[in-house]
Structure formats: structure tokens, C-alpha cells
Design a protein around this ligand. Structure first.
Ligand code: PLP
Length: 456
């Protein structure tokens, strides 16, 4: 493709994206595709000769787009938001255009230094004066935290696990599965990852945590890591971080706080309380790619003492050495991979083009919509509100699993909304997760109307 053709197609595609953002997509929010539907329509082999770009773009529109879940449609309320924005897309576009590899300071000084500055901005916005880096996802961030904690108690990188007493990690029974995956990847093993029971609010029970730690110590095992969650995936429950931090301090355990979704809410002064106790932890993360209008992927990972992380992850082969290494940050030493995308650029665009007030206004509007919707549900004779929502997620049920599940499927079958479920304390719940960039009261009112129609 020559540069002139690239320019023409690029303009067309920006128009396509702008239309998509403005008008959405004609079909259902989530496709009713069956497994294999798309695969069987894709050529079995790569073309030997170049195909006309117009044909490729036509296939994108007719084959790919209708078979996607439209995550940024304001009617998409499943799982959690994964929202984008004009500034986020433009930042990504430029990052793709530059295609730099920010593995070391020397391989792109501006990428590294912008990342340092963006983490400072974000930290200030949520009240955390720690250094940090951008990881791809929360799953990677939690894995890094576990590796940092592990190397503090045992030199596993050098010696492996051979002949050591088992290391034990603790998460709540409501924690995200990335805690389990981290324990597997870090070689801890499912048998030594404790799922601490949660209380009636789905928050970690600290007495149970203390009991399990004691039990493990008495059995000769080595507790080393606790993960608290601020905003659980199922119901956005908040673990009692100050109490957990106190216990970790007394027990000399590493504390990581996963606020993948909820962390964005801390940019609101009235929600800053969700950060209580976090400064007593060792690491903290949240995903601007979930609720801060920053294109996927972007996880803000903060750590009190980066040396712990670097102790676990830094490697310096000869071919990566540069004359500035002693005086700069090489972010490859803060994450598992060497090659790193230039993610700070989209964050810079988002924070500057929205402004802190613009970001706050949007997040606040989502919280208000969640309150409005929960009030309607609470007042409805057939619907049961699970708990008053603290954040963006409203959970409800109809009294029994069969009816609740059928209701959700009916709603999703209309193609006008997409919701997902969870099971908490044996109750099947429909989750309504708000937070799309262009979601307004109108979309939530339409959902409420649809819910009423589908109930009758
Ligand atoms: C609380 C929590 N932690 C971690 C994750 C994992 O996020 P990521 O997809 O960025 O790894 C999620 C996403 O669902 C989450 O809700």
C-alpha cells in the first residue's frame, strides 16, 4: 500500500469510526452468532497476492462487525465497562502510527517519561503518591505483585521452589479469578491459594483471614501475600482494606489491592473513601481501560517500593545495556514482557482532552444513573434489589433462579441490551453494569422500560 492510498483509506476509516461512535451499529448489541459461523466464512489460507483494500474493508463491515459484541454501545451493560473515547482512539492511532517499543528509556525516552508523568497525574487524581507503571491488564498487574511478594520471602528466581515449605497467598472468595491465575503462574499452586470467606456484604472477613494465616503458620507453611479487592467483579463489594492492611503489617505480609474497575471512582472527591487504607498496602492497581474512557488496554499499577518489583523482574542482558541505565527507569524491569506498547500517549490525550473535571462529570453521572435504577428496582413489586449499589453495578433477582435467568435471556434476546449474571451466596443475580462513555439517562430509562415490558 503506498502512502497516498493509506491516506485515502485512513480518512475513510476515521469517518467510519466517527459514524460508529455517533450512531452505533444497526444490529443487536451482542450477535447471535453460533460457534464456527465466522470461521467458515474466512478463507482457509492467506492470499498469495495482495487483495484490494476496498474488498478487505467490505469484508470487515459485513463479516466482522455484525459478529462482534459492541462493547462501547451505551446499551452494553454486561460484565464491566471497557470504554473508549475520541481522545483515547486518537492516542491509540498515533501510537500505532509511531509503533515504538517502549522497552527501555533509550528505546523511546518520551514514551518512558510520559509514562512516569501519567502515573503521577493518575496518582494525584486518586490520592496515591506512589510511582507506577502501565501494565497491559489487571491480571498482569496482580501477577507482578505476587512475584514481587514472592521474591521478598524466598529467592525463587535463583533457586526455584525445591525443598521449600509451601508459600501461601490469600484472596477473598469474591476476588477476581486473576488472583488464582497469578498464583498458578507464580508457581504457588491452587492448594496454597486460600479463598477467605466473605461476609454478608461480600467483603473479606478479616477474622477468617487472621485464622487462616495462623493455621498455615502452625502447619509450617509460609504466608506471604494478601490481595484485597476494592470493587469485586460480581457485586462491586469493597474489602476492609484498613483492617487487612493492619493485619498484614503485624504479620509482615505483602498486601496488593485490586481496584481494576472501581479505582476510577476515586477521582471523585465524594468517592475518595474507597482508597481508605491503600497507602498502607504495597501495591495498587486500577484499569483506566475499564471506566476512564481510555482505550483497551491500560492498567495503572502503583507500588510503594518499586525495588521489590524490580528485584523480581529486572534482567539486564548485555544487548540491552545503555549508558543511561543507572539514571533512568527501564519499564521492562517492571513487567513480565520485554516489548512494551506506548500506552501513556492515549492516557495523556484522555486526561488533557477531558480534563479532570470532564472525567469526574462522566463518572459521577454513571453513579447517579446506578442510584436511579436501583431505586426503581427496589420499589418494584416483582424485582428484588440485591444491595444498594455503591458503584456502577446494580444487581437484582426475581426470587428464584429459573425466573431470573429467563428474564435476563428475554432481555438479551431483544438485542436492545446486553446483561450478564453472577451467583452470590447461592443467589443467581442479573448484573447491570453502567459506565459507557456515551451512556445517558435516556439509555437507562429505555432499559427500565424494556425490563417492564419483558416482565409482563
Ligand atoms: C476486580 C477485577 N480484577 C481484575 C480484573 C481483570 O481485569 P483484566 O482484564 O484487566 O485483567 C477484573 C475484570 O473483570 C476485575 O473486575
Amino acid at each position: 500500500m503506498d502512502h497516498e492510498r493509506f491516506r485515502q483509506i485512513g480518512h475513510q476509516l476515521i469517518d467510519w469510526v466517527a459514524d460508529y461512535m455517533e450512531n452505533g451499529h444497526d444490529g443487536p448489541v451482542v450477535p447471535d452468532a453460533l460457534p464456527g459461523d465466522v470461521l467458515r466464512r474466512i478463507a482457509a489460507h492467506a492470499p498469495q497476492e495482495a487483495e484490494p483494500p476496498d474488498q478487505v474493508i467490505e469484508d470487515f463491515k459485513t463479516l466482522i462487525v455484525p459478529n462482534l459484541a459492541h462493547w462501547n454501545d451505551p446499551r452494553y451493560m454486561g460484565y464491566f465497562p471497557c470504554n473508549h473515547s475520541g481522545p483515547g482512539i486518537l492516542g491509540e492511532l498515533l501510537s500505532a502510527g509511531l509503533n515504538v517499543n517502549a522497552m527501555s528509556w533509550a528505546t523511546s525516552p518520551a514514551a518512558t517519561e510520559l509514562e512516569i508523568a501519567m502515573m503521577r497525574w493518575l496518582g494525584e487524581m486518586i490520592g496515591l503518591a506512589w510511582p507506577g507503571t502501565i501494565q497491559d491488564t489487571a491480571s498482569t498487574g496482580t501477577f507482578c505483585a505476587m512475584l514481587a511478594a514472592r521474591e521478598q520471602v524466598a529467592p525463587i528466581n535463583r533457586e526455584g521452589y525445591y525443598g521449600r515449605p509451601p508459600l501461601v497467598a490469600y484472596v477473598s472468595d469474591q476476588a477476581h479469578s486473576s488472583g488464582i491465575k497469578a498464583a498458578r503462574m507464580a508457581g504457588i499452586g491452587d492448594a496454597y491459594l486460600r479463598a477467605v470467606p466473605s461476609d454478608a456484604q461480600q467483603a473479606m472477613n478479616v477474622q477468617e483471614l487472621a485464622r487462616l494465616i495462623k493455621e498455615d503458620r502452625l502447619a509450617g507453611r509460609v504466608p506471604f501475600f494478601v490481595m484485597a479487592t476494592v470493587g469485586t467483579t460480581s457485586t462491586t463489594a469493597i474489602d476492609p482494606v484498613p483492617e487487612i492492611a493492619g493485619l498484614c503489617r503485624r504479620e509482615d505480609l505483602y498486601l496488593h489491592v485490586d481496584a481494576a474497575l472501581a479505582g476510577t471512582a476515586a477521582i471523585l472527591p465524594e468517592m475518595r473513601w474507597i482508597m481508605n487504607g491503600v497507602t498502607e498496602a504495597d501495591s495498587f492497581l486500577f484499569n483506566p481501560h475499564k471506566w476512564m474512557f481510555t482505550n483497551f488496554d491500560c492498567c495503572a499499577y502503583f507500588c510503594k517500593d518499586p525495588m521489590k518489583l524490580k528485584h523480581a523482574l529486572a534482567i539486564q542482558p548485555e544487548y540491552l545495556k545503555t549508558q543511561h541505565d543507572a539514571s533512568v527507569e527501564n519499564f521492562r524491569d517492571w513487567s513480565p514482557q520485554l516489548g512494551r506498547r506506548f500506552r501513556a500517549l492515549k492516557l495523556w490525550f484522555v486526561m488533557r482532552m477531558f480534563g479532570v473535571h470532564g472525567l469526574q462529570e462522566k463518572v459521577r453521572s454513571h453513579l447517579k444513573l446506578a442510584k436511579w435504577l436501583s431505586a426503581q428496582i427496589a420499589a418494584h413489586p416483582r424485582l428484588h434489589l440485591w444491595r444498594e449499589p455503591t458503584l456502577n453495578t446494580v444487581c437484582l433477582h426475581l426470587g428464584n433462579r429459573a425466573e431470573t435467568e429467563a428474564f435476563m435471556l428475554r432481555l438479551n434476546d431483544t438485542g436492545k441490551v446486553f446483561l450478564t449474571h453472577t451467583i452470590v451466596q447461592g443467589t443467581y443475580l442479573i448484573r447491570i453494569s453502567l459506565g459507557q462513555t456515551h451512556q445517558t439517562a435516556e439509555h437507562v430509562h429505555q432499559l427500565w422500560q424494556l425490563m417492564n415490558e419483558q416482565l409482563t
